[in-house]
Design a protein around this ligand. Structure first.
Ligand code: C2E
Ligand code: MG
Ligand code: MG
Ligand code: MG
Length: 284
């Protein structure tokens, strides 16, 4: 009887695994055609100055709507794109789209606006990457300091020598650089000194959900913000969801905030009037 149960559990388990890997394969395959089939879009989430509530920049976030399965979250398809190498093509598409859109907004608003684009380790390692970035900026006449590239901690550490060289060249051209999701990897702040960075994005896990354990996380976050400033890095807090998060951040010297409390990532048409206004308030 126990044996029969075990057998059933085993079969159940492999069938589950089978379904999951079939889905992954199907997604990976479908993603190859997503650009051509116009299934991709870029949404934008404001970065807001903590003091003034002015929108200082936008983060470009890739969205994919599969024709049958509907919207697929980036956490499900970005890793697949990284595994298959397709991320290089997708990343370039996002960059071109974000730079084009931002240049168009700047022309309409007649004031500066910066856009942040996420870049994966595979893109950094591509010898054509720097030239692609410069060509894209030139094509849309976007000033280099209006573009910020976000690289995760683990991408930076993946090949430190390469990261240092590529980031150094990008920065020499005036492009801004951020370390994304800081605090989720294994690097220490002293490692960050090794890279030519402008900004640290504090991972949203530091803001926390549970009020009991939050205290420690908050103290840690406050310490990271202080240390980042000693390295001359601007700090953006990610995942500001609640008024408690905001109240905590207001006690720190964090420069910018980003999160659902102020604005969700939105498609360009829905962002137009918010950009026109130029500010975001909590709960709006
Ligand atoms: P990320 O770069 O850290 O982007 C921020 C993520 O946090 C976004 O998730 C955003 O929607 C979400 N977020 C913003 N505010 C809040 C909040 O208040 N609460 C919570 N819970 N989440 C918030 P999204 O769009 O699902 O993207 C997830 C990740 O996928 C990104 O994390 C980034 O690592 C990756 N990704 C997205 N677009 C691209 C892309 O074009 N290229 C690459 N390489 N990666 C991308
Ligand atoms: Mg990011
Ligand atoms: Mg992040
Ligand atoms: Mg994140």
């Amino acid at each position: 009887r126990a044996k029969a149960e075990g057998g059933r559990t085993h079969r159940f388990f492999t069938e589950e695994l089978g379904a999951a890997s079939r889905r992954r394969l199907a997604l990976q395959f479908a993603l190859q055609h997503a650009i051509d089939r116009r299934e991709l879009a870029v949404h934008y989430q404001p970065r807001i100055a903590l003091g003034s509530r002015h929108i200082v920049g936008l983060e470009a976030l890739l969205r994919w709507t599969h024709p049958d399965l509907g919207p697929i979250p980036p956490v499900d398809f970005i890793p697949l794109a990284e595994e298959s190498g397709l991320i290089e093509q997708l990343g370039l598409w996002v960059l071109q789209e974000a730079v084009r859109q931002t240049a168009a907004w700047i022309a309409r608003l007649e004031r500066p606006l910066a856009v942040s684009v996420n870049v994966s380790a595979k893109q950094l390692a591509n010898p054509r990457f720097i030239q692609d970035v410069l060509d894209t900026l030139r094509q849309h006449a976007l000033p280099p300091d209006c573009l910020e590239l976000e690289v995760t901690e683990s991408s930076l550490m993946h090949d430190m020598k390469l990261s240092r060289r590529v980031l150094g060249e990008l920065r020499a051209h005036g492009i801004k650089l951020s370390v994304d999701d800081f605090g989720t990897g294994y690097s220490s702040l002293s490692y960050l000194r090794e890279f030519p960075l402008d900004c640290l994005k504090l991972d949203r896990s530091f803001l926390g959900k549970n009020l009991d354990t939050d205290k420690k996380q908050h103290r840690l976050a406050a310490a990271i913000i202080e240390l980042a400033h000693t390295l001359d890095l601007r700090v953006v807090a990610e995942g500001v969801e609640t008024t408690e998060h905001l109240a905590f951040l207001e006690k720190t010297d964090c420069e910018e905030i980003q999160g659902f409390l102020f604005c969700r990532p939105l498609p360009p048409d829905l962002l137009a009037s918010i950009l026109e206004d130029g500010t975001c308030s909590a709960g709006s």
